[in-house]
Design a protein around this ligand. Structure first.
Ligand SMILES: *Cc1c(COP(=O)(O)O)cnc(C)c1O
Length: 384
């Protein structure tokens, strides 16, 4: 097995192909942005104004939920949802996730219990959730990994049966669908991220979606220090507000979301058609009835079958000016902060994290570039 970095005569791309580019509104929407910007400045209200309300209303319509609460980030949204649901004791979440999922639990003084994911979907395994429940469990936090919808209905059934709260970290999943329905109405709440690497961009931002009006009322207080307007706080909040400028950008981005979703899925199909059936390469399985947002396109490289390791392929692509990343390696159970956590068997998270490699995907990536990247990966295999 080769252990050194491959030396190439000339790189596949002369300029870096980034792994991600922010999905910003198109030109026509930029003009509209300017008008909103002027209105914001003229109004003198940079926060707590009409833009946030308008964005929340439009997002609620698009996602088919009764309530949307915009926040300063998804991490803060998750923290506030956990606080407003009055959780205590243990919260079950997948080890294979971005660390912000676990951080939100830790900030609430909760004990994360790390469970395994499925090898094909990369999402939390409902059976592992059942096994991890104790009398100290108060909630389940599931993640739609890379935009692939988690087993929403099965998790809802578990939560209902065991009287647990259910939250979805939907950071990756804006626009993703389960059947014909957009994600957003699952469990007690779902929380989307609007940071620059995600599908809908506010610069920084989060969006909590729920059909629970009482929870939404508390969240609106909680993002405003816990003040409902009386200057006499009922609950502990923090400053988790979204600014008017962020909301205007996010609202403009809503218009093109369908196109971006389609473009990303086309890109994923190109990668899949070239890499999907290859020995030693596995792609994330999306349920036939679901549509992933394709926040990331990840492949798993099995060194023994493929003939080169994940890290070797990664180095080869980097030397070809193709940026790639190993999300989520290490998974939570291997990170220092999470060493004390109770956990179940996490062998699938281990298996995936050692093999995973995310490739560039965004709506402005030329299809020919995706095709060239996929073919290059196969040639790495032949040469080693
Ligand atoms: C990006 C991300 C978050 C955090 O989102 P922010 O808006 O940056 O706070 C949470 N969970 C997952 C799975 C993420 O990828």
């Amino acid at each position: 097995m080769a252990t050194t970095s491959p030396q190439l005569a000339s790189p596949l791309f002369s300029a870096t192909v980034p792994i991600v580019r922010p999905e910003l509104p198109r030109d026509v929407e930029h003009a509209e942005m300017g008008a909103h910007w002027e209105r914001i400045v003229a109004s003198g209200l940079l926060t707590n104004g009409k833009q946030v309300e308008r964005f929340e209303r439009r997002a609620a319509e698009l996602l088919g939920v009764s309530e949307c609460v915009a926040t300063s980030s998804c991490t803060v949204g998750l923290m506030l949802v956990m606080r407003c649901l009055d959780l205590s004791g243990e919260i079950i979440l997948p080890s294979f996730t971005f660390f912000a999922s676990g951080h939100a639990a830790l900030w609430n003084g909760l004990e994360p219990v790390l469970v395994d994911c499925e090898r094909d979907s990369f999402n939390i395994d409902p059976q592992r959730v059942r096994e991890a429940i104790t009398e100290r469990t108060s909630a389940i936090l599931a993640v739609h990994v890379f935009g692939n919808p988690a087993a929403v209905q099965e998790l809802e059934a578990i939560a209902a049966m065991r009287r647990l709260k259910l939250i979805f970290d939907a950071a990756h999943a804006f626009g993703a669908r389960s059947g014909a329905r957009p994600l957003g109405g699952g469990g007690d709440a779902e929380v989307f991220s609007l940071s620059p690497t995600k599908l809908l961009v506010a610069g920084e931002g989060g969006l909590v979606t729920t059909n629970d009006r009482e929870l939404a009322r508390k969240l609106r207080m909680a993002r405003n220090y816990g003040d409902g307007g009386s200057y006499d706080c009922e609950i502990l909040g923090l400053n988790g507000r979204m600014t008017e400028m962020q909301a205007a950008l996010a609202a403009a981005g809503l218009q093109g979301i369908g196109e971006r979703l389609a473009a990303r899925n086309r890109m994923a199909s190109i990668y899949e058609s070239i890499l999907g059936e290859h020995p030693g390469i596995q792609v994330q399985q999306i349920d036939r009835c679901a549509t992933s947002s394709r926040k990331d396109f990840a492949i798993l490289i099995n060194e023994a079958e493929f003939g080169a390791s994940r890290d070797f392929v990664r180095a080869a692509l980097e030397s070809d000016n193709v940026q790639c990343r190993a999300y989520f390696d290490p998974p939570l159970h291997r990170q220092k902060l999470y060493q004390g956590c109770r956990r179940g068997d996490v062998s699938n998270a281990e298996w995936i994290s050692r093999r995973v490699l995310s490739l560039p995907i965004y709506s402005s990536l030329p299809p020919a570039a995706a095709e060239a990247i996929a073919r290059r990966i196969l040639s790495i295999r032949k040469n080693t």
